[in-house]
Design a protein around this ligand. Sequence first.
Ligand SMILES: Cc1cc2nc3c(=O)[nH]c(=O)nc-3n(C[C@H](O)[C@H](O)[C@H](O)COP(=O)(O)OP(=O)(O)OC[C@H]3O[C@@H](n4cnc5c(N)ncnc54)[C@H](O)[C@@H]3O)c2cc1C
Ligand code: SF4
Length: 500
Amino acid sequence: MPPTAGPPTRWAFGDQLGPHFLDDDGPVLLVESRRVFARRVFHRQKAHLVLSAMRHRAAELGDRCRYMRTGTYREALAEVEGPLQVVHPTSRAAVRLVMEIAGERGVERLPARGYVTSQQDFAAWAQGRGPQRLLMEDFYRGARRRTGILMDGADPAGGRWNFDADNREPPPRGRRTLGVPEPWWPQEDEIDEQVRADLDQWERDGDVRFLGHDGPRRFAATHDEARSALEHFVEHRLDAFGPHEDAVLAGDPWMAHSLLSAPMNLGLLDPVEVVEKVEEAYRTGEVSVASAEGFVRQVMGWRDYVWHLYWHLPETYREDNRLNARRRLPDWFAQLDADATEAACLRHTLGELRDHGWVHHIPRLMILGNYAAQRGWRPDELTSWFHRAFVDGYDWVMVPNVVGMSQHADGGVMATKPYVSGGAYINKMTDHCGGCRFDPTVRVGDDACPFTAGYWWYLDRNRERLDGNQRMGRSLGGLDRLRDLAALVAQEDRRGSDPP
Ligand SMILES: Cc1cc2nc3c(=O)[nH]c(=O)nc-3n(C[C@H](O)[C@H](O)[C@H](O)COP(=O)(O)OP(=O)(O)OC[C@H]3O[C@@H](n4cnc5c(N)ncnc54)[C@H](O)[C@@H]3O)c2cc1C
Ligand code: SF4
């Protein structure tokens, strides 16, 4: 029964599910809004994961939780009497909704949770920088000093702040996999069975459409599962994380990655718990400092930095398009039609995404994002696509990662140079090129690698816009030495967004 007086009801969004969000033993409201799924075409496995996590949480909370299945949040809230509380939501749209509702009835808003650095500490740090750039490296070091994670007194553990130089190795040659134990996998239960049946039904009713294929649930949907995934990762896989974090092997989709972004972004797992566990493994000698630091850098460095930038940058940031990329996202790419292309790297990455709703950081950046930038696809459409196609995609994390890190559409707020590369770099960091019908060293003609040609096409198109960027000087200079540039540009103008 809904409370009419007494303690406030904690209205929790579907990405605020863990104990650190629901810590006061009071009543909880969870709203399963079908319209959220009807409005956008999400990956089938993402819809499954979110619903499974919400329903598992409701089952765990028992009588404490009122679980409402409605069309919209407003319909649900209209039925709940008494005071409401909300932890700061994770998107600007959700904050707007909360503010509107707060204007109509009492809603107590609590500070954000689920990040290592608080909004207050970030604001103080950003203010203290004055006109200096908000560099991730400086933010991260400040957070290490403040929390004491991987610190020996005033010094970083291992004597260095950054082990990237040890951690950027190409994939081991001649190997199909990294040879580390498989990730921890969850066991599906009757809640998953019901979720699957409901999604099938909604699809048959014509209420929703999905991207990608259904498949076994691969990501934690409860706090206990997330802890098991964390413990298994730290014990069996973390030590191999560092050296090969930037490498890709076609036969090993997971490499030594943690698969923890989904439970952290669902609010099931507190990143503080994650970095403390990693620190413990380093202190007891189970993992090297390079792997421990490389991983902690991702979680309390990159993840937190992206979260805070989302709120710090103006709302218009999401529409930035400084390189004037105007082409629409083509259907073959947007629909994850891996078979449409003969480019081995694209085919493989789109296939993995179709089958799992996840690929690791490097295929996101070096294959998908790089190709989109080279082809001049609209950053806003790409942001929406990433958000919908990935199990761990949420507005706060997609906007800076896609607009800033991957597309350089913000003119350099987040990254000092665009992340574009040709086939030679893909050939170095992956094992895709050996089996490809294109040749990474060729830029014009039938065998021309679409990434190698695309790289020069991109530079030629953006020459003036990137001219003032010192870090691009050498690449832009290289353009003038290409004797076949006119033929290359004509070739890529013809190819455009067609599948290579
Ligand atoms: C274009 C693009 C889109 C991305 N979209 C998302 C997204 O929707 N959701 C998401 O969580 N991450 C996103 N990332 C960041 C990163 O690719 C994923 O966090 C990571 O691949 C998730 O797998 P994992 O948990 O095995 O990560 P690991 O390699 O094990 O890394 C550990 C953790 O570090 C954090 N992390 C590392 N880099 C980032 C980053 N740039 N932004 C935020 N967190 C980071 C994640 O929480 C991750 O779980 C994106 C990166 C790019 C380039
Ligand atoms: S040759 Fe080019 S298209 Fe083929 S796998 Fe390598 S980078 Fe991708």
